[in-house]
Design a protein around this ligand. Structure first.
Ligand code: PLP
Length: 488
């Protein structure tokens, strides 16, 4: 039995649960959220979403409005990414769905090309070739869609993948090659213009994952290489509206060069007693709220609006990078292309002068900023990528650069020379019953040292308990504690 509540008390309750979240505005959280710093844009997105709350995006022939908005967004996005009139695509629920669909399309086309009835059907499994730094959405796609994977190691010091190494991994089983613009962990660019021509010559498709970079790089100062549809061998791209497109969560675009590639993403059937089914994306019924909000935000900003916001982001990024290079014991990994970067302990310094990234994340949180810890990773060739602290900078960072830099400096000073926390296997059980502790470094060190299969199981256990009605876990809102000053 659930007692009915008045709307006022329902909203009160929602306000209370939201109070446990870290601030989504104000530049305090350096991942997950992308703050443009313009309240009127949030207002506009909210009004647009409200107008489309009752609409079902499942059927754009019934809800013609959905077709209009989606067509406009596809057209705007392909213009931004230098696609000509042969480039078409869909609006999806997010980057993961865009990546899944690009892989599905490539798989269908590979299977069609390899289904020669005179030989055993698909004696080989279609394969994805990708650097280790590619987003896990592609590993997930391979897992869901039954593809094999070849993961190409990147340079452990710079995060860069070698073009020849990528090409050497390609063979007849390759259904799709994936490169990122830029990759998420280190924010560095993959060699798209170097790899694309050779792939095109072999008729192997190339997906450029610009989920994070697609609404940044077109306006980022000082870009050298081409990386989008301007490069002839690029056959598909993903780019997220809900990141640097500044739409509310739930919107991304996947684009293909050639209508056949786009159509291979669809699922359609008349083989049931109900209505004829045609689903462009993974979902059936789908919300049109984020579509409408994205449309509204992109229209309101226009290309000049994006250019201005990128200007602010680039300004903040160069200030933060400059400050980081002056903090001893830390080093920025590789050459970040835009607003994402990762810092590792400086291998050129003696341990007594190094800053451990996990300890840094905990210390900087105490100073009011939330960085993202990235555990060390052993690649297929047994080289190891270092543990890092990740920062995603946004336009609003430009208003808090001074505070952020002070927090980074103070945090680094507090932990410099401390020996990194040792893994503690007992922590896994403890976290599962008590929730996450204030100090995350030991938890991350433990996770980092675990067998990847065990780590995945432990993470699944933790996340499942967080939403389990029968498990009373410690507050998952830990990160919100001292960080509400920037909220508006
Ligand atoms: C965020 C991201 C994705 C996945 O996007 P979601 O919207 O989180 O599903 C894929 N690739 C890159 C490079 C990303 O940054």
């Amino acid at each position: 039995m659930i007692e009915p509540q008045s709307p006022a008390s329902v909203l009160d309750a929602l306000t209370q649960v939201r109070a446990a979240d870290p601030p989504t505005h104000g530049g305090r959280v350096l991942s997950y959220v992308y703050d443009h710093g313009r309240p009127e844009l949030d207002e506009l997105a909210a009004r647009a979403a409200t107008m489309f709350l009752p609409v079902n995006g499942l059927d754009p022939t019934t809800f013609a409005s959905v077709a209009v908005l989606e067509r406009d967004l596809v057209a705007f996005t392909r213009e931004v990414l230098h696609g000509d009139e042969s480039v078409v695509g869909s609006v999806t629920s997010g980057g993961t769905e865009s990546c899944l669909l690009a892989v599905k399309s490539a798989r269908e086309r590979w299977l069609a090309a390899h289904s020669d009835s005179t030989t055993a059907p698909h004696a080989e499994t279609p394969r994805l070739v990708l650097p280790t730094t590619a987003h896990p959405a592609f590993r997930k796609a391979a897992h869901y869609l039954g593809l094999a994977r070849t993961e190409v190691p990147v340079d452990p010091h710079t995060g860069a993948v070698d073009a020849q190494a990528m090409l050497a991994a390609v063979d007849d089983s390759t259904a799709l090659v994936v490169l990122s613009a830029p990759n998420y962990p280190f924010g560095t660019m993959d060699p798209i213009a170097q790899v694309a021509p050779a792939l095109a010559a072999r008729d192997v498709p190339l997906h450029v994952d610009a989920c994070i970079g697609g609404w940044l790089l077109p306006w980022w100062p000082g870009h050298e290489d081409e990386w989008d549809f301007a490069v002839p061998g690029v056959t598909s791209m993903s780019t997220d509206l809900h990141k640097y497109g500044y739409a509310p969560k739930g919107a991304s675009v996947v684009l293909y060069r050639g209508r056949e590639r786009h159509r291979a993403q669809y699922y359609a059937t008349t083989e049931w007693p109900g209505y004829p089914v045609v689903n462009p994306t993974m979902l059936g019924s789908r919300s049109a709220t984020s579509l409408a909000a994205s449309w509204a935000v992109t229209r309101a900003l226009g290309t000049t609006g994006y250019a201005e916001l990128v200007q602010q982001t680039a300004h903040a990024t160069s200030a933060v990078r400059k400050a980081l290079s002056g903090i001893s014991g830390l080093t920025v990994v590789g050459r970040p292309a835009a607003a994402l970067l990762a810092v590792a302990a400086d291998p050129a310094r003696a341990p007594a002068h190094q800053v451990d990234p996990f300890a840094l994340v905990d210390a900087v949180r105490r100073h009011g900023f939330l960085l993202q810890a990235q555990p060390a990773f052993t690649q297929p060739d047994h080289t190891a990528l270092p543990r890092t602290a990740h920062l995603t900078l946004t336009p609003v960072t430009d208003r808090v650069t001074r505070d952020l830099v002070a927090a980074l400096r103070a945090g680094a000073d507090e932990v410099r020379g401390l020996s990194p926390r040792a893994p503690d296997p007992d922590l896994v059980a403890q976290v599962a019953t008590e929730g996450l502790p204030e100090e995350m470094a030991p938890v991350l060190a433990t996770l980092e040292a675990m067998d990847p299969g065990d780590a995945a199981a432990a993470l699944t256990g933790l996340l499942a308990s967080v939403i389990d009605p029968d498990v009373a876990l410690g507050t998952p809102g830990r990160d919100g504690t001292s960080m509400h000053s920037g909220e508006r």
